[in-house]
Write a protein that binds this ligand. Structure first.
Ligand SMILES: [Zn+2]
Length: 255
């Protein structure tokens, strides 16, 4: 089973809706694939989150008896008043279940928004970038030498980020640190362009290669792409043109 197939089946797996054979295949994949395990863990947390946080309402005592009485009237006498009471009750029941659906949908969307989609990831990237600049914690290893920065990550991450110095292209490497994005530890490389800081976040990806996409959020420019099973997110207050140039520099130098 591929990671892609795995992701498509995960919903069904978490809700115990898959057949035995698929479940076994999926569990075998989970044993071997740390990144899918992390995704699965997130799904499970999400489900538990719903169970824990979606409000449940007990029907007030006597409601059932009241409804039965009204139903009894409606079926028993067949008077106009009784059937209109029944219609009222039905309208209330429909309204109540609609409200229930809305509450559930709203909660689902809220929880999903917290943890899914490139937009949400982009928000996380912005937060990490801002935090790194504010907290005076831009680099754990300060070096302009890629041969110092790259080995610094070994043993700290479960993958080896490609560390390129782009000084010849006008983007000198200044250091690196560990960061946390998309529910996992990631490599953060720090580059400079004049007075601008560029954070480049790298972590393994199950997706196939994708060409650079640009975004602009809260005054920051972002370029992200996937290459050779790694996801790259570059962010800076640098203008979009130069940031894309930076991304192209990395893309071409690592291929
Ligand atoms: Zn996988």
């Amino acid at each position: 089973m591929s990671c892609q197939e795995m992701h498509e089946l995960l919903d069904g797996y978490v809700d115990s809706e898959l057949d035995v054979v698929t479940t076994l295949q999926l569990e075998r994949h989970l044993k071997e694939c740390a990144s899918c395990r992390a995704v699965c863990h997130r799904y499970e947390q999400f489900t538990q989150g719903i169970q824990a946080h979606v409000p449940r309402f007990e029907a007030p005592a006597g409601l059932e008896a009241k409804i039965r009485t009204k139903l009894g009237l409606a079926t028993g006498s067949g008077t106009r008043a009784a059937s209109s009471a029944f219609a009222d009750w039905r309208r209330w029941a429909v309204a109540a279940s609609l409200i229930g659906v809305l509450v559930l949908t709203g909660t689902l969307l809220m929880l999903l928004n917290r943890r899914a989609g490139p937009e949400i990831l982009a928000e996380e990237v912005v937060s990490s970038h801002v935090r790194s600049l504010m907290a005076n914690h831009l680099s754990d290893v300060i070096s302009t030498d890629q041969h110092t920065v790259k080995p610094w990550f070994s043993g700290k991450l479960d993958f080896a980020p490609v560390v390129k110095d782009l000084a010849p292209e006008g983007f000198p490497l200044t250091g690196g640190r560990l960061d946390y994005l998309d529910d996992r530890a990631v490599a953060a490389l720090v580059y400079k362009r004049r007075q601008h800081t560029i954070n480049l976040f790298i972590w393994p990806s199950g997706s196939s290669d994708s060409s650079p996409q640009t975004l602009s959020i809260k005054g920051f420019n972002i370029v992200h792409w996937t290459q050779a099973h790694m996801t790259y997110w570059a962010i800076s207050d640098l203008n979009a043109v130069e940031l894309s140039e930076f991304a192209r520099g990395l893309e071409t130098s690592s291929s």
